[in-house]
Design a protein around this ligand. Structure first.
Ligand code: CA
Length: 227
């Protein structure tokens, strides 16, 4: 059963989240302060971390920074204010997604499922074939992406972005189109979330993310995948 760590100091919120996530088939654990949250997140026992920003002992940004030195576990930041949301989008925080309080439990569950690590369960099964380009092989049946034979750790969202590009002829895809096709109409975020996700995907796929060979930007128009 996929397991989710909730790092949140407001016990009522933890209880509501835990109740609803359990109903959706997830196991949950909770940490009520920053240092405990970091220690538990680093244990490697969880498939996804829900991370509040304002926490006693250490804030969510610092936890994420330290966590990312050692772990690629999917993290959804839970923000209370516009400025926190802007910070997540504006900085290289390494968050996979974010939700803004107050959030609906339904929305949050959808985000959790979308960001769950592919191997962590709760993932969609697809039948399909293998597509290769450059040093990459995308296996739609196994839901894996490998580079020079080594499997890459992509989040569900990153995998969805990549397979969306591969489902199309080579062409420029606008951020709006990516938002609509990959995030879906019910996503309440803004287009900068697309840029953040593309940057993360580039960091995982490219030898030199500053000089990308596969995920290219067409200024003012969007992105395309060279293959
Ligand atoms: Ca808090």
């Amino acid at each position: 059963m996929p397991s989710i760590l909730i790092v949140e100091d407001e016990k009522t919120i933890v209880d509501i989240l835990a109740f609803n996530l359990k109903r959706e088939g997830f196991e949950t654990a909770a940490a009520y302060d920053g240092p405990t949250g970091l220690e538990m997140a680093l244990s490697g026992q969880y498939d996804l971390v829900l991370l509040d920003v304002m926490l006693p002992g250490m804030d969510g940004f610092e936890i994420l920074r330290r966590l990312r030195e050692k772990s690629d576990v999917p993290v959804i930041m839970v923000t209370a204010r516009e400025e926190e949301r802007d910070k997540i989008l504006g900085l290289e925080t390494g968050a996979d997604d974010y939700v803004t309080k107050p959030f609906s439990v339904k929305e949050l569950s959808a985000r959790v499922k979308a960001n769950m690590r592919r191997t962590g369960g709760g993932v969609r099964t697809e039948t399909g074939d293998r597509v290769s380009f450059g040093p990459f092989v995308v296996d739609r049946a196994l839901h894996t992406v490998s580079k020079n034979g080594a499997e890459l750790e992509l989040t569900q969202r990153e995998y969805d972005i990549l397979t969306y590009f591969l489902s199309l002829p080579v062409r420029v895809v606008s951020r709006e189109e990516l938002m609509e096709k990959v995030w879906g109409f019910d996503y309440y975020g803004d287009l900068r979330a697309v840029d953040v996700a593309m940057r993360r995907l580039r960091e995982k796929l490219e030898d030199d993310p500053a000089d990308p060979q596969f995920i290219l930007t067409k200024r003012g128009q969007g992105y395309y995948l060279k293959r």
